[in-house]
Ligand binder design. Structure first.
Ligand SMILES: C[S@@+](CC[C@H](N)C(=O)[O-])C[C@H]1O[C@@H](n2cnc3c(N)ncnc32)[C@H](O)[C@@H]1O
Length: 258
């Protein structure tokens, strides 16, 4: 009974919100959503989805629970250092105006980290980063560009001074960095990828998807990279059999399109 209730719920969520929960790992997602449903006092998923469809606050809370939005600047700093010192110089050797995509960018820390790094190599007007996420609310926060200091702890001090202004206990990112990032709503599991890109960063979202969904996505990411382009993944997201997707591992969590 309980499983049928959840399967029907998955159908309804797909119809109403265009999000296919069947492509997210089931046990984890079901646990997250069951605890929210119970907290709000609904005895089953059917009555919960009815309420979510009627009430905007419940809907936002529900969408928030599906999309885990935690992020920070320079998340896993050693990997960003590698990007800065090795990958970006290599990319710029072959192409003076590379195309960058930060996929599942959440509240903007990731594309802004990339923009901060690129600011050391390029003029501001040469930097152009596409940043996408399924969740418009988080991208609203990214465009607002104000962050608590805990997500900024790994920003190099010179860049912090140069591109952030303190506002009470928060920090506002400078417009010259902000304006280099274009935000667009995009569902990785349902929409085409608009390549070719020289660097795609997609971190800390694949862990939520089923193996089948990952397999399809790695193919799509690979097709969206130009040969010699790079794919930067999260620090628990090594690709099993990257050759299958015409990707070769070049350093931990970095792959190059063959
Ligand atoms: C944990 S955050 C990762 C943020 C950033 N990439 C990082 O590593 O710090 C995961 C993001 O994936 C987004 N997301 C979840 N499902 C998605 C989908 N199907 N398509 C695009 N984005 C999705 C969520 O909205 C959330 O902002």
């Amino acid at each position: 009974m309980e499983d049928k209730d959840y399967l029907l719920f998955i159908d309804n969520v797909k119809k109403k919100f265009g999000i296919d929960l069947a492509l997210y790992k089931e046990a984890q997602m079901k646990r997250r959503l069951s605890s929210l449903r119970e907290k709000r006092g609904y005895k089953d998923f059917q009555s919960y989805i009815d309420a979510v469809s009627r009430d905007v606050e419940l809907k936002n809370e529900f969408l928030d629970r599906i999309t885990i939005n935690v992020s920070e600047f320079y998340r896993n700093p050693g990997r960003w250092q590698y990007l800065d010192q090795t990958i970006i110089p290599k990319l710029l050797e072959v192409n003076k105006r590379p195309r960058f995509w930060s996929a599942a960018c959440s509240t903007g820390e990731e594309p802004y980290t990339l923009a901060l790094i690129l600011s050391k190599y390029l003029r501001m007007d040469q930097i152009d980063i596409l940043a996408t996420d399924i969740d418009e609310n988080v991208m609203g926060k990214a465009q607002h560009g104000v962050y608590p200091d805990r997500v900024l702890k790994d920003v190099p001090k010179d860049l912090l001074h140069k591109y952030f202004t303190k506002e009470n206990t928060d920090y506002r990112i400078a417009n010259e960095i902000k304006s280099r990032v274009t935000y667009k709503k995009h569902n990785l599991l349902a929409e085409p990828f608009n390549g070719p890109f020289d660097l795609i960063i997609c971190r800390n979202v694949m862990i939520y998807f089923t193996d089948d969904a990952k397999d399809q996505l790695y193919n799509k990411f690979s097709q969206a990279l130009r040969p010699g382009g790079y794919f930067f993944v999260g620090s628990t997201e090594q690709i099993f059999q990257p050759q299958k997707y015409q990707l070769e591992p070049i350093a931990p969590f970095f792959y190059r399109k063959i």
